[in-house]
Design a protein around this ligand. Structure first.
Ligand SMILES: [Fe+2]
Ligand SMILES: [Fe+2]
Length: 194
């Protein structure tokens, strides 16, 4: 996977989370609700920024021209500012303060994602080449416990979720017109799931 695709998908997930924090939790919620949602979003952002700080920005910096140095400084500085903003939000002691901090912070977060997609990612695409972007994507996948497109679950099998009942599986297969290899061909005549 190209790391830029992975980072854009993470932006999308965080945009949904921050929309919810802004429109639902901050607008109507209690201080506890704001802190809960903000903590989750802060954690998502930290993981994402670590990927950018440790994988993407050093790769761009290694190109070694003035433009790449400026981009590195700009975005690593924004990561620090956003982290401080979340610390400020999580330290708020009343709902009025939390809402006020939230408005500014979420606006800064949206601007950050927009600027990365308009400046940083196109620059990375131009300068780094597809091979390196895929190598970085593999490192990103390992950091998220993904291997070759499959989820790796470190829990012992006894702790894994119980599989859905066989009849549910058959119902889903019927709805999408897929046959069940284990049950033999069905009258749906569709192709097997990969
Ligand atoms: Fe970022
Ligand atoms: Fe980002």
């Amino acid at each position: 996977m190209n790391i830029l695709n992975a980072l854009v998908v993470e932006h999308g997930m965080m945009r949904d989370a921050l929309d919810h924090l802004e429109r639902v939790v901050c607008a109507q919620g209690s201080i506890e609700g704001i802190m809960g949602s903000a903590t989750t979003l802060h954690h998502m952002l930290q993981l994402h920024a670590i990927t950018e700080n440790r994988l993407l920005l050093p790769a761009i910096r290694s190109v070694g021209d003035q433009g790449s140095d400026s981009v590195d400084l700009l975005f690593s500085h924004q990561h620090t500012r956003l982290d401080l903003g979340f610390s400020q939000l999580l330290a708020a002691e009343d709902v009025t303060t939390a809402r006020a901090v939230c408005v500014d912070l979420l606006e800064a977060l949206r601007t950050h994602f927009d600027e990365e997609e308009e400046l940083l990612f196109p620059l990375a695409w131009q300068r780094l080449g597809e091979g390196l972007l895929h190598d970085l994507g593999r490192k990103w996948a390992r950091s998220r416990h993904l291997i070759e497109g499959r989820v790796w679950d470190p829990r012992p099998s006894s702790q894994l979720p119980i599989e859905p009942p066989a009849e549910d599986r058959q119902l889903v297969r019927k709805q999408i017109g897929a046959s069940d290899k284990r049950a033999g061909p069905t009258d749906a005549g569709g192709e097997s799931l990969p």
